[in-house]
Design a protein around this ligand. Structure first.
Ligand code: PLP
Length: 384
């Protein structure tokens, strides 16, 4: 038996995506910039993918820029917006619970002379909107808020935040990191007041190393790479045609029957929470209802270090993350859990379980049963 419960780290490519990628590599391998038929065919695949994605967001395909993934999309959004709009102000605003690709980009921009404000969250990891109201001023260039937190599944009130920003400073741009929310919920950037939106392919059963940034028409952004002027000069370099076509397919697939898929994910989440609720010394971080992301559960397991438990579960082919994949790589304390004021010893004992549409109820039951078996054993070991 195997239980892959690390879908927020990455997902399995869907069969349709695999077939699309292979076709691009095998047959439609032209360079979209070439003037001949082979190039035009490849270009058509890129346009088709942009159109599929644009349809899921109800935006124009011209507003989709392909990147190498969530990290690059976040970098392009933040650095691109900050640099292009430097004359209108110096203030950037974000939250204390962002992914490292936003946090570290903001730290870079601070070194470049920008003033960055990191907004606090409540105990559930939800942005305090009053702090946003206080932070936005006439000097504000950009506000970046993630939609779904990658460690806890907390959903941020991005639309409300955007409306507050607009009331105070209509010129300020709003960026949303939608890496964990895209494909899990309907997103309407134009309705929600979002100017820039980052998405990654490998979180939605698409290929790794590909993603996109939605850039609302007429938004001023400075490119980060220069060269042949592909993608209207916004992102030079030969298109990753297999990745882009795969991403287009993944986006289309994710939004087919979204309601049933989301219901399945919530049922997995409920099942897992129900089966682990009875475990002694186990607490859930953040909200768990329909106001949280459907695919993420964060549990703190008192008295057992997350890394130890992660590897103990691995022995049974159960794959999870400690806090978040990125934080565990660097063995750094989770900034998100710190911002939620979780006690350090509990933050150190936190595991993230994340599901996908391919997760079976048996995987949930197996993981919950093994947790119940392993945790008391590890606690005995620690006490000795
Ligand atoms: N933003 C969030 C919220 C994420 O969870 C991740 C990946 O874990 C990223 C950005 C980075 O995406 P990528 O792995 O495509 O660079």
């Amino acid at each position: 038996m195997e239980a892959y419960l690390d879908n927020s780290a990455t997902t399995r490519c869907s069969r349709r995506v695999q077939e699309t990628v292979l076709r691009m590599m095998d047959c439609d391998y032209g360079n979209p910039s070439s003037l001949h038929k082979k190039g035009m065919e490849a270009e058509a695949h890129v346009r088709k993918a942009a159109a599929e994605i644009a349809r899921t967001l109800r935006v124009s395909e011209k507003e989709i820029i392909f990147t190498s993934g969530g990290t690059e999309s976040n970098n392009l959004a933040l650095i691109g917006a900050a640099m292009a709009n430097r004359r209108s102000g110096n203030r950037l605003i974000t939250t204390q619970v962002e992914h490292s690709s936003v946090r570290n980009t903001m730290a870079y921009l601070e070194k470049q002379g920008f003033e960055v404000i990191y907004l606090p969250v409540d105990k559930d990891g939800i942005l305090l909107l009053d702090s946003l109201r206080e932070a936005v001023n006439g000097q504000t260039v950009l506000v970046s808020i993630m939609q779904a937190n990658n460690e806890t599944g907390a959903l941020q009130p991005v639309a409300e935040a955007a409306s507050i920003v607009r009331q105070i400073n209509p010129a300020a741009l709003v960026h949303a990191d939608a890496v964990q929310s895209y494909g899990k919920m309907r997103i309407r950037p134009k309705k929600e007041g979002i100017d820039l939106l980052s998405v990654s392919g490998h979180k939605i059963h698409g290929p790794k190393g590909v993603g996109f940034l939605y850039i609302r028409e007429k938004t001023k952004i400075t490119p980060l790479s220069f060269g042949g002027g592909q993608q209207s000069g916004m992102r030079s370099g030969t298109h990753n045609v297999p990745g882009i076509a795969g991403l287009g397919e993944a986006a289309k697939e994710a939004y087919e029957g979204l309601e049933e898929k989301t219901a399945h994910l919530y049922s997995l989440k409920d099942r897992f929470l129900e089966k682990t609720a009875c475990l002694e010394g186990v607490t859930v971080n953040g909200r768990t209802g329909r106001d949280s992301a459907p695919h993420i559960v964060s549990l703190s397991i008192e008295g057992v270090r997350s890394e130890v438990l992660l590897h103990a579960l691995e022995e049974y082919n159960i794959y999870v993350s400690a806090g978040s994949a990125c934080a565990s790589n660097h063995r750094a304390p989770s900034q998100t859990l710190q911002a939620m004021k979780l006690k350090p010893e509990l933050a150190d004992s936190t595991l993230r379980f994340s599901f996908s549409v391919y997760t079976a109820a048996e995987e949930i039951d197996y993981a919950a049963a093994k947790l119940a078996e392993i945790v008391p054993r590890l606690r005995r070991y620690v006490r000795r």
